[in-house]
Design a protein around this ligand. Structure first.
Ligand code: ADP
Ligand code: MG
Length: 253
């Protein structure tokens, strides 16, 4: 009990320290710019204000992400679950991001089953999951690479059926010693580079918690300089549809 309390206190302390650290960077950039403009004593051109505006947007994104993350961590994320055809939905997300991928010199491909694949999910939350995974794939794959989204139906894992979506990239990869921490908030493999390229460092934590709130999970496999695969498992079907596994039945007797 004492150990648990101490552990919870340590988590809380680290969170406060992390948030302070993350907010400090955009705040000091804004402060510095504003001080410079004031000292120059001239009219501030609109394009200079744009750079401050960028930092404000970044901070709002961070605060929004933190808010939703704290709800998900506390198990209080509201889910508006409705039937959703994953095939159609992912085609739409891929379409939305195609321009950005092609601008970065990447091939972007959706490999899918032709039938509908219906899952009971909150479309908005699931969109964010795939948006986070796909923007990472785009961000961490150099020019000339390829990103594939693969959808599979009725994949069996530990006695249950799942819809499985893999986001496969041919990017820089993630060294194995980092894989364990990847879903921790603010964890970045390359602190300086990732921060520079614009992420809040919360994308994977959010994706992981959103998928877990739906009763699913995410797996990751990666090889440095070869690429990364993030695989999202979303439950389909109901209890009666569970695999008829004799071992499982035995365990209930
Ligand atoms: N597809 C990928 N390829 C290589 N590295 C990745 C990939 N996705 C995530 N990462 C690594 O995991 C870290 C955490 O990702 P994320 O939580 O989305 O934060 P960020 O805001 O930095 O993108 C990233 O900083 C990056 O180092
Ligand atoms: Mg990200």
């Amino acid at each position: 009990m004492t150990f648990r309390l101490r552990e919870a206190e340590e988590v809380r302390r680290r969170l406060v320290a992390d948030v302070a650290h993350e907010l400090r960077t955009p705040l000091s950039i804004m402060q510095l710019k504003l001080e410079n403009y004031q000292q120059a004593g001239q009219h501030v051109p609109p394009e200079m204000l744009l750079r401050i505006h960028d930092e404000v947007i970044r901070m709002s994104m961070l605060v929004d992400d933190l808010h939703v993350l704290s709800l998900a961590e506390a198990g209080r994320l509201s889910l508006d679950r409705k039937p959703l055809d994953l095939t159609v939905h992912l085609a739409r997300i891929v379409d939305d991001l195609k321009f950005e991928a092609e601008e970065n010199g990447l091939e972007f491909q959706l490999s899918t089953i032709s039938r509908p694949l219906t899952v009971m999910v909150d479309a908005r939350r699931i969109t964010q999951v795939f948006f986070n995974l796909l923007t990472n794939a785009i961000r961490y794959t150099p020019h000339g690479g390829k990103i594939t989204v693969e959808i599979e139906d009725r994949v069996i894992d530990r006695d249950a059926f799942y819809a499985r979506v893999s986001v496969i990239d041919t990017g820089i990869g993630i060294p194995s010693e980092h894989l364990l921490h990847l879903f921790d908030r603010f964890y970045r493999v390359d602190e300086a580079r990732s921060r520079h390229t614009g992420g809040t460092g919360l994308g994977l934590s959010i994706a992981h918690l959103f998928v877990r709130a739906h009763g699913g999970f995410i797996r990751v496999a990666s090889q440095t300089d070869k690429g990364t695969v993030f695989t999202v498992y979303l439950p389909i079907g109901n209890d009666q549809e569970k695999v008829d596994n004799p071992d499982r039945i035995m365990s209930f007797q």
